[in-house]
Design a protein around this ligand. Structure first.
Ligand code: UD1
Length: 420
């Protein structure tokens, strides 16, 4: 299994370009199921989750072609199956995004239940409730969700909790339903908005995306799309935290600064000088140690749970004490145990971690446990004294494109060790 080795103590400096947003790419690739016409997505990052999605779509009969650079062509002229099998779904929870579009287009979908995952139970009850309110007959048997509806009908779907992929599933299904669907308490994440924009380009009638109330007027058919995905705000945020932790000075390009408001605010609170351009963010820490920052995760536009682990790493070496509260997922603190191995002073109390900043961390071998947790371990490795070795880096490859190349370009001493 591949490992990453980092020699700490080198500040991040220079310019790095952010890739397309994984969490926007996955639903938009799935949206190709909604039409028989050709689709083209531009800005697709080379990530394990993207490959898994393409494999899943390929198995359903979607013809996929890889274009120049970062383009992917897709055409779901004929669907060969309506089953999303366990062996693919188990490797990526976002596979559940196949459910809404497949059901809407084919009238039937059989999708393996995603099951547990390292950061908590992550149920899909709200996805199923919404679709059944739209007239789907849903049974769960033998580990599979089986949904049927000759044509879905519009409904008022009130989400009991805010769910990103849940909103996306209902949104995609509603575009081909008969009549009007209203999604109340919808997720407002920029990735939901990007999906909605793409669906609109396909001929869907959608309003209110980006707010908590999305209205969709269903159509008989949709056309193909030619869409450029939004930049990855979490990848951008991860590099910015890396620069803040190492006392560095970087410019992150191909970003949408407006999607990072909560993160930028916390970076400023930590003492960073941040300049926002139209499509770039420049952060200068001027060699200083960051100040501790308190935070609580929340759905967008609140502080993203996908940036919690990175800020926990920052607080480990910050000046002062920080309280970090995780309100979105129930068990998203596995990285704490690993950071403690570097000497970090952290205490977990329920959904809160209390961090006493240390002036230094010492390198030690660590193990990646999930995607964002592994990014936090890499950041900790950038500041720890000595050589840090991170095992199970396949987690990081699910969501960060060429992380060692990009950080290397910013002056980090980081390399991937060959599989032994
Ligand atoms: C998406 C993101 C993930 C991010 C998360 C929260 C993708 C592919 N992934 O995941 O990176 O960390 O949003 O911003 O976009 N819940 C239920 N019932 C449901 C669905 C969700 O109780 O049917 C709960 C979850 O357990 C969790 C909370 O709702 O506590 C939010 O989860 P959700 O927004 O659905 O996360 P994902 O869409 O899976």
């Amino acid at each position: 299994m591949a490992r990453i080795e980092i020699e700490g103590g080198y500040p991040l400096t220079g310019t790095v370009a952010v890739s397309g947003a994984k969490n926007a790419v996955l639903p938009i690739l799935m949206a190709s199921l909604l039409t028989a016409e050709p689709c083209r997505l531009v800005g697709v990052p080379h990530l394990k989750d993207v490959t898994t999605t393409m494999e899943l779509l390929g198995q359903m009969g979607v013809e996929i072609s890889l274009g120049e650079g970062f383009d992917v062509g897709l055409q779901a002229a004929h669907l060969s199956t309506h089953t999303a099998p366990y062996d693919l779904v188990k490797t990526m929870r976002a596979s559940i995004l196949v459910l809404g579009p497949l059901l809407a287009r084919a009238g039937e979908a059989r999708v393996s239940l995603p099951g547990g995952c390292a950061i908590g139970a992550r149920p899909v009850n709200l996805h199923l409730k919404g679709l059944s309110q739209m007239g789907a007959e849903i049974t769960v048997e033998g580990g599979y969700i089986h949904a049927k509806a000759s044509r879905l009908t519009g409904a008022r779907v009130v989400m009991d909790g805010i769910t990103v992929t849940g909103t996306e599933n209902i949104l995609m299904a509603a575009t081909l339903a008969e009549g009007e669907t209203v999604i109340e308490n919808a997720a407002q994440e920029p990735e939901v908005v990007d999906l909605a924009e793409c669906l609109i380009a396909m001929g869907a009638e959608i309003s209110g995306h980006g707010s908590t109330r999305i209205v969709v007027k269903g159509k008989e058919t949709l056309a193909g799309y030619d869409h450029t995905v939004i930049p990855d705000r979490i990848e951008a945020g991860t590099f910015l935290v890396g620069a803040a932790m190492t006392g560095g000075h970087i410019k992150v390009t191909n970003v949408r600064p407006d999607t990072l408001d909560a993160v930028i605010e916390k970076l400023r609170e930590a003492g960073a000088h941040v300049v926002e351009g139209e499509d770039f963010i420049e952060l200068d820490m001027a060699g200083k140690r960051p100040r501790a920052v308190n935070l609580a995760t929340a759905p967008y536009p609140g502080f993203p749970t996908d940036m919690q682990a990175q800020f926990t790493a920052l607080n480990a070496i910050a000046e002062g004490t920080a309280v970090v509260r995780e309100t979105v997922f129930e068990n998203r603190f596995m990285h704490i145990l690993e950071l403690q191995r570097l000497g970090a002073d952290m205490q977990i109390e329920g959904n809160t971690v209390i961090i006493q900043g240390k002036s230094k961390l010492d390198a030690a071998p660590m193990m990646a446990t999930d995607l964002r947790a592994s990014a936090c371990l890499v950041l900790a490795g950038l500041v720890a004294e000595g050589k840090t070795l991170i095992d199970r880096v396949y987690h990081i490859d699910r969501g960060y494109e060429n992380i060692e190349e990009k950080l290397g370009q910013l002056g980090a001493r980081i390399r991937r060790l060959p599989v032994s």
